[in-house]
Ligand binder design. Sequence first.
Ligand code: MN
Length: 191
Amino acid sequence: MPLAHYRKKRDFIKTPEPSGKTPSARNLVFVVQLHDASHLHYDFRLKIGNVLKSWAIPKGPSMNPLEKRLAVETEDHPLAYANFEGIIPEDQYGGGIVLIWDHGTFKNITKKGAKRVALKTAYEQGHLVFELFGEKLKGQFVLQKFKTQGKSNWILLKIQDEYANKSNIIKQKPTSVVSGYKLSDFRKNKG
Ligand code: MN
């Protein structure tokens, strides 16, 4: 059952998050959600098949090819989650503020030698190269799976191209691309 892990963790009577029963019909979508839960992190999600494959990135994405970002894979999320911004009640799984930090479309450009690799295969093989067409994130990135001490993890890395730069995008562009709110705007409205 796809999304079984996602549903098991949540009580949809109490959280405003989507249950995923109604799929949304958007194309190759990506979203980055700033999630102020017990630890602040950035949830990076790519539509692969009919779900959003998801990685939690503690430091957030970087436009600097010299800055590797640890990306810890988390449970698949429903497509409708790409539109979710709001407050998950504190007593619920992932309780805290979710803000849509960036979104847009992407293109799979993974190759093996001269051959193109299909998106799902690239994900399964742990080497995914793609181009992002976001409002903040643009250009080519790679998600690379690696093993350390028997544990699997991923790295998100910007590839050197015309969009690569050394700016601190996390600090310079903190607002939601949907509402224009910052985390602090949500915190004010919480109480
Ligand atoms: Mn999260």
